[in-house]
Design a binder for this molecule. Structure first.
Ligand code: T4K
Length: 372
């Protein structure tokens, strides 16, 4: 491989920064109003704009995706067992733990990489109160089966849709409108960001009013009415969001064209089954799955030598789970790798990354490693 030329690291994600003039317009409004948090005008505008953009009935903005998940669990008084996936970011299990409930891990489906309904069905006990699937890489699957299971056993169905932000589409509609509630993350590294931030999508006005109160110390009509928390988004984050929302479709388009280039460059490795290119329907991530963990290690090593940094989303599995009884999640977690994908890169970057992956495979197969 040629000597490292890249002076700036190419990271797995890079935040989308809004147009400065547009951001200043919103910040000027904050200065004029002298109102910087507690359900200010910009938070209200962003809430409305996002409900329309995502085409969802009710949406409550929160401090981050983790607090949106905690809010959903508290909203439905979940304090016993919640069945979820081991193949997700640490926040999913931690949110369950934080509200005093217990995460019970079911295995994932090998094709969708999302929680497997048959594995969930095996874990339901009299203590189960909710099913919490995760829209991994923006994917969503088995929604009807989960609806049926929840209905049959009287369970709440709460989706972790932290990675699910996307342009309107049928898939997107399904991803955001299933179950009782869906938590979103607007963290800096997400397609749409408010620096830190998140939202909870809800189906009923009653849940919406309760959730709005819960993120503001349980206040109702200016008085503390129930136990709540402080999970509010502030006006500067909302300003960032309102400005970023103007360009989010362009961002998604750029990610789509980079994803297509990746697919083109990796086609040969995919047809020889050395890797599987995993679809991220909203272009949130560029995940691939190696047929052998050794390929992953080699590719990562050679990429790092070129100052390029992918990420093992998600490895290891969630703390507290036993990988030995979750064979599919364990195998996928050992071989999945997210390549850089964001608006700050171009097709030449993609070609370089794929060239390094080809080289890694070549180096290892030369040493007669058999594909699994
Ligand atoms: N559920 C799921 C399924 C999730 O994926 C997440 C969050 C949540 C729940 C919880 O939502 P939040 O409470 O976070 O809103 C990052 C994000 O921090 C996290 O939000 C996200 N998932 C997760 C998948 O990715 P790390 O630990 O990988 O972050 P970090 O700091 O290593 O950054 C990732 C890459 O981005 C690095 O290469 C550095 C780069 N970066 C990062 C930041 C913050 C930048 O270039 N600029 C930046 O400002 O978790």
């Amino acid at each position: 491989m040629a000597q490292q030329l890249r002076t700036e690291p190419l990271l797995v994600q890079c935040p989308c920064l809004p147009d400065r003039e547009l951001l200043n317009f919103y910040i000027d409004r904050i200065y004029k109003a002298k109102w910087i948090t507690n359900n200010g005008q910009l938070v209200q505008e962003l809430e409305q704009a996002l409900s329309e953009f995502l085409d969802v009935p009710y949406l409550v903005l929160t401090a981050n995706g983790t607090s949106a998940l905690q809010l959903a669990l508290k909203l439905y008084d979940i304090d016993q067992e919640v069945i979820t996936t081991p193949f997700t970011f640490a926040a999913t299990g931690q949110a369950i733990d934080w509200v005093g409930a217990k995460a019970i891990f079911a295995d994932i489906d090998n094709k969708s990489l999302c929680l497997s309904p048959s594995s969930v069905a095996e874990k339901i006990t009299e203590k189960t109160q909710a099913i919490l699937p995760v829209n991994v890489y923006g994917r969503t699957a088995h929604n009807q089966e989960f609806e049926n299971l929840a209905k049959q056993h009287g369970l709440k169905l709460i989706y972790d849709g932290a990675q699910s932000f996307g342009a309107p589409s049928l898939h997107q509609k399904l991803a955001l409108n299933s179950g009782d509630a869906t938590a979103l993350s607007f963290h800096a590294t997400k397609i749409f960001n408010t620096i830190e931030g998140g939202a909870l999508i809800l189906k009923s006005e009653q849940d919406y009013i309760k959730a709005k109160s819960m993120i503001n110390f349980g206040f109702a009509a200016g008085m503390p009415a129930a136990t709540g928390t402080n999970a509010k988004m502030n006006e500067f984050e909302a300003a960032f969001g309102l400005a970023n929302l103007q360009t989010v479709n362009a961002q998604i388009k750029k990610r789509k064209s980079l994803t297509e280039e990746y697919k083109k460059q990796l086609r040969e490795l995919e047809s020889s089954q050395v890797i599987r290119v995993i679809k991220s329907p909203n272009y949130a991530y560029m995940p691939i799955q190696f047929s052998d963990e050794a390929f992953l290690f080699k590719a990562d090593e050679l990429l790092q030598q070129q100052n390029i940094f992918g990420r093992r989303y998600f490895h290891p599995l969630q703390p507290g789970c036993d990988p030995l009884v979750l064979p599919i999640a364990n195998s996928v977690s050992n071989k999945a790798f997210c390549l850089p994908l964001h608006g700050d890169m171009n097709k030449e970057d993609v070609k370089e990354i794929c060239k390094v992956i080809h080289l890694a495979i070549k180096q290892l197969t030369k040493h007669s490693l058999r594909l699994g």
